[in-house]
Design a binder for this molecule. Structure first.
Ligand SMILES: O=C([C@H](O)CO)[C@H](O)[C@H](O)COP(=O)(O)O
Length: 194
């Protein structure tokens, strides 16, 4: 059994949930909603949407790709063997807290070379990824390798990665309601091979 000094395990877990919840409330206050809204025209105008992130950020981008597929967008996860080449008219939607993960920066360069658009979701406005992007959505969270206690007490980039799911789900929620489709209509697209 693990030992949580001076505090019962249940309380320690409740404190952790509370801490995460409070960090999200603060993150929400720091979000620039104009930037968030500015992502929508890119999603709507693109022929196909390529989503990319590495590690935990990548898992969040995969989750967003599934929802975009549910909404009827042609969405691909970069790195899947069946993902085609990006081209003009497409969008690379890249999530990277640091904005400096090599494979993501390289993918953004390729996307620009092919005249595709790039939207970056990041904590770092000075990053290579942000420089390359047509649109940046800045998440007020800590970078994975800077333990910035004032911004987040969670380990590494956890607050960013959680926020990535939150902001992409917020975009999807708004797009769903604006599209006027029922949940049942969307669900018909969900995998029947699970
Ligand atoms: O998996 C990750 C790590 O656990 C950080 O908390 C990151 O998501 C991965 O290393 C990618 O990093 P970023 O591109 O900086 O998001």
């Amino acid at each position: 059994m693990i030992n949580t000094p001076n505090i019962p395990l249940n309380e320690a877990l409740d404190e952790a949930v509370h801490l995460i919840y409070q960090e999200h409330l603060k993150m929400r206050e720091g979000l620039d909603y104009k930037q968030l809204a500015a992502v929508i025209p890119y999603l709507e105008a693109s022929k196909r949407i390529f989503l990319m992130g590495m590690g935990r950020s990548g898992l969040m981008m995969q989750a967003a790709a599934m929802r975009l597929m549910h909404l009827g967008y042609e969405a691909y996860v970069v790195g899947e063997t069946t993902t085609p080449a990006i081209a003009q008219g497409d969008l690379l939607l890249a999530g990277s807290g640091s904005g400096s993960t090599t494979s993501i920066v390289n993918a953004a360069k390729t996307a620009k070379r092919e005249a595709a658009k790039v939207v970056a979701i990041t904590t770092n406005p000075e990053s290579l990824l942000a420089d390359l992007a047509d649109q940046v959505l800045l998440i007020p969270a800590a970078e994975k390798n800077k333990q910035e206690e004032a911004i987040s007490k969670q380990y590494a980039g956890s607050l960013f990665e959680q926020s990535l799911l939150l902001v992409t789900d917020a975009l999807i929620q708004v797009l769903w309601h604006a599209g006027g489709k029922t949940a049942d209509e969307l669900w018909k697209r969900h995998s029947n091979l699970e």
